[in-house]
Design a protein around this ligand. Sequence first.
Ligand code: C2E
Ligand code: CA
Ligand code: CA
Ligand code: CA
Length: 275
Amino acid sequence: AKNSGKNCYRVFDPSMNEQVHRMNIMREALDKDLDNGALKLVFQPFFKSTDHSLAGFEALARWEHEEFGFVPPDVFIPLAEQTGLINKLGDWALREGCYIASFWPSHMKLAVNVSVPQFQQECFIDRLEDILRETQMEANRLELEITEAVFADNPDAINEKISKIKRLGVSFSLDDFGTGFSSLMYLIKFPFDKLKIDRSFLQQAERDESAKKVLQTIAHLGTQLKMETTIEGIETAEQLPMISELNCTYLQGYYFGRPQQVIDIGGFIARDVQR
Ligand code: C2E
Ligand code: CA
Ligand code: CA
Ligand code: CA
């Protein structure tokens, strides 16, 4: 393959055919497994930073194929996006998540990740309303996590859609904040309820004083704009003193709880900051 500046083209490469072929096989397998109920949701808890009490769970999709084994979401979600399966997958995740969460205590939130093409489909609001009704999930317990990539084209239409869905009672989190081609304009123009600060900031802040300043500034910005904030990817107790200085609303990461399939809500207890 050749990549030459402006006139970007690719010469024939047999491995490309192979790649397409493999992608088709994977697509078919994913499609089938969606029908078979072979995909599962796991739930990762998030906690209030003030008292470390359990606030809710983020649903994360898992796929284990009988031949390919465990396929990570970072592989099958983009695959689904590229092959048009994401609406089916996203629909399933939303429905399954809402159904399961409808049995949780009523103060427990459910966060569901929504892909850009999924959110862009015309009938997304109708699908969402159907799912809420069918699962009897309260709209005000549901949070949709979207990334800023959603604004790449027609941001006005997206803004309108977000506002419409918010009127149902559903809230919005801006996921992976800071990793994309962030424009701070998004924070002013779009009515997000929560800012999820990508874990790469936390990781770097541990080693790097300026990364730490950036992390502090982002957290402060969220607070100033009256948004809730979540620090993602907390892995160790050593990170906690720095995190508590940030005054974020929620904490999430392996240290507090891994994504898990079976949830014993009573088993989640507040975690002591300094242990
Ligand atoms: P995300 O939405 O940013 O989800 C957080 C990812 O970080 C999850 O990876 C989670 O397991 C992982 N994580 C949580 N705490 C820690 C930590 O302390 N340390 C580290 N190293 N990682 C942590 P996962 O489950 O592999 O999902 C990857 C991505 O796939 C998600 O990133 C999300 O963008 C996408 N995804 C997963 N499930 C769905 C889904 O149902 N729908 C859509 N549209 N996307 C999904
Ligand atoms: Ca997320
Ligand atoms: Ca994230
Ligand atoms: Ca992500």
